[in-house]
Design a protein around this ligand. Sequence first.
Ligand code: 4FD
Length: 228
Amino acid sequence: MRIDVVTLFPEMVDIPLSDSIVGRARKEGRLKLGFANPRDFSEDRRGTVDDKPYGGGTGMVMMAEPVYKALKRVKKKGSHVIVLTPKGGKLDQKTALELATHKHLVLICGHYEGIDERINRFADLELSIGDYVLTGGEPAAVVIIDAVTRLLPGVLKKEDATINETFAEGLLEAPHYTRPGVWRRMKVPEVLLSGNHKLISEWRFSAAKDLTAKRRPDLIRKAKLEEV
Ligand code: 4FD
């Protein structure tokens, strides 16, 4: 997959996605990440990309034209163009799976109070990573690119089960443990040492349901597991 990010601050996206699993996916060519900077398309010598909001009010608004020109530089036929904004539909795993099916994503990051509304004419989707406000869309772009990249073929090892097709799909995960078996007088649950794989998967499903019911009852309803 190719992803281009329209941003005034490409390093805010490039650097956090240079290490670990996403960094390796880039080196292996499974993810091609590119950037287009609206600053490079400013219409004056000062490099202006923002202006005061019509109607008054505090803060500045990103001008449509430099963002549009940066978008035009990277957009191809078949590109899926996404504006990152707290007004957008909320990202969830289902959305990440859908985004991972596209050959080319373009993520547009706003700064200041956002981007001139008219840019949305050129977007397929407005997306939010949650109900909070950031100084810019760049951390949201990093989150989306991470969530999508781990779903691409060959990025995770088989056993890392990208797509959860078990009964536990849509639930919080059961707790995990590794060596040592006793740490600071705390023991690993006996069943996990039993070697009985059927018993272990039953314990994990039960633990996942209990944790989800306690912390995220909304997910129990979503997973339609009320009767289980
Ligand atoms: N919750 C998110 C995305 C961007 C952002 C911005 C309008 C502000 C939070 C457009 C207003 C962009 C999010 C930049 N904050 N800040 O996904």
